[in-house]
Design a binder for this molecule. Structure first.
Ligand SMILES: [Zn+2]
Length: 80
């Protein structure tokens, strides 16, 4: 069912290299090629925000209120 007409590849926002379709398939949100992603130390900053629902004084921890925050690092296009 591969539709080669709609190949999802696109150029890297940093260096302009075409991002391999396999990478986009794995990381649909990616805007960087592998090299640039490594160069910037990862495209996304993922932080887990745990909401503290447990009442103070109780030992019970309340799980299930952890939200994942995925923020895209600002990417500057390489000069030149
Ligand atoms: Zn790149």
């Amino acid at each position: 069912m591969a539709d080669h007409a709609t190949n999802p590849t696109r150029p890297c926002e940093r260096c302009g290299t075409m991002i391999p379709p396999e990478r986009i398939e794995i990381l649909p949100d990616t805007r960087l090629c592998v090299a640039c992603s490594q160069a910037v130390g990862g495209e996304f900053q993922i932080s887990f925000v745990a909401e503290n629902l447990a009442k103070s004084g109780t030992m019970k921890k309340n799980y299930g209120a952890i939200s994942m925050k995925k923020t895209r690092k600002p990417v500057r296009r390489a000069q030149g």
